[in-house]
Design a binder for this molecule. Structure first.
Ligand code: CP
Length: 425
């Protein structure tokens, strides 16, 4: 067993036979720019495994599809059209790590497109209890279903399953798409898609439903402080706060944001090797010309301005105590974790148009975002969770090749005489 998997196998009580991942190791160890070819077909996703599969153009297309689906789903005729797109497809939701949002939003996304869903959430109810390997489980799912959407505590297990499917295809066996819905501390690519989609909608400065701010783009720009404000994700300052080192959502989102021009990222975390920015991600961001700062408090100043006041968007995260090493109980002594919690006073100092995001769940005991912030017009995290349903429907539409059909239908059939309520999209 590889070193990379040995620790996870110990901490997840999987036995050695279950984790015969060695054969995939040479493929996993390739540079990401090489291996993403294994997840694509004709420049479109065949599997969804890593955020590196997406470029700026694809992100725009995906957001466009999600926008069309959300508008169509609100009309009787559009809803009926969507429901009839994929009624012949079945999805397996294989979630052996806890999830609320990802699981339910994928299920809802399937329902929007007429896809039938089934689920396995507790492997103790499956024949893995009788010694069946996880790879045999995956291959068995592929016999009955047309896509596997999977979350696992194991980093890169989804990636290995994609290789398994590719190998099956090479031998003319049945092979289906794999969607990574969160893999260990590694990647959560569809979370990054919904985070980007939320930022795209927010920084269009168009829709009132994506921000309850009272000022229009034009009136914001009349404020001398915001005179340089532009639409879009480029030229913005993004803050990430909390458990940066172990947050798979941070890894995936920072990776996608680095595709945009003139981006500054500020990572606010304890100065601790497990919690702060990992060197590999830091190097990748620097290679993409991100202006990068690492600080241990929102009050630290950059170019004479406190961090909290300079952010266009803030991505809060919870401290992921489930990844603590029990042999390392004293590791965080001396860290003042209160510095990584927002307060209403801090939010009041943020830019008026700033967006506060959080992948959720938030930790009610830690309190990184207290509920009293929820009604602030900058709080986007519940809207963000809802966006997940629409963008995941777009992901499934793309995987099954019906995204262009949606676009054609939308262009030809959608009229101003729609019957949806724009305020609740
Ligand atoms: N953000 C996220 O992945 O939430 P869940 O763990 O509830 O799916």
């Amino acid at each position: 067993m590889s070193t990379a998997f040995a620790h996870e196998a110990r901490t997840t009580s999987m036995n050695r036979d279950d984790l015969d991942l060695n054969e995939y190791e040479p493929r996993m160890n390739r540079p990401v720019r090489i291996k993403i070819a294994d997840f694509q077909r004709e420049e479109r996703p065949k599997h969804v495994i890593v955020s590196d599969q997406f470029d700026e153009e694809t992100l725009e297309e995906m957001a466009g599809t999600a926008d069309m689906i959300r508008m169509l789903a609100k009309t009787r005729q559009g809803h009926s059209f969507l429901l009839n797109l994929l009624p012949h497809k079945r999805a397996m939701l294989y979630f052996t790590q806890p999830s609320t949002r990802t699981f339910l939003s994928f299920m809802a996304a399937c329902q929007i497109l007429g896809i039938t869903c089934n689920e396995v959430r507790d492997p103790s109810t499956s024949s893995e209890e009788k010694g069946e390997s996880r790879f045999d489980s995956i291959r068995t799912f592929s016999s009955y279903f047309d896509v596997i959407i999977m979350r696992s505590v194991l980093s890169r297990f989804a990636e290995c399953c994609a290789y398994l499917m590719n190998d099956l295809e090479d031998f003319n066996h049945r092979s289906i798409p794999i969607v990574n819905a969160g893999s260990g501390a590694d990647e959560h690519p569809t979370q990054a898609l919904l985070d980007i989609y939320t930022l795209q909608r927010t920084f269009k400065f168009e829709s009132t439903i994506d921000s309850r701010r009272t000022m229009s783009y034009e009136s914001l720009r009349r404020n001398p402080q915001y005179a340089g404000l532009t639409r879009g994700l480029s030229g913005k300052v993004y803050g990430f706060c909390g458990d940066i080192g172990r947050g798979r959502t941070v890894r995936s989102l920072a990776n996608l944001l680095s595709l945009y021009r003139d981006v500054t990222m500020v990572f606010v975390s304890p100065d601790h090797p497990k919690l702060s920015l990992k060197p590999d991600l830091e190097q990748k961001l620097l290679n993409r010309n991100v202006r990068l700062h690492q600080v241990d408090s929102f009050e630290e100043q950059i170019d004479g301005q406190p961090v909290i006041e300079m952010l266009d968007a803030l991505y809060m995260t919870r401290i992921q105590r489930e990844h603590d090493d029990p042999n390392d109980a004293g590791a965080y002594q001396g860290i003042d974790f209160r510095k990584y919690c927002l307060t209403t006073e801090m939010v009041a100092r943020m830019k008026d148009y700033a967006a506060i995001l959080h992948p959720f769940p938030r930790d009610k005991n830690f309190g990184e975002i207290p509920p009293e912030i929820d009604n602030d017009h900058r709080a986007m995290y519940f809207r963000q969770a809802r966006n997940g349903m629409w963008i995941r429907a777009a992901v499934l539409a793309s995987l099954f090749g019906v995204d262009r059909q949606i676009s054609r239908y939308f262009q030809s059939e959608y009229t101003e005489r729609h019957d949806y309520n724009e305020d609740v999209l």
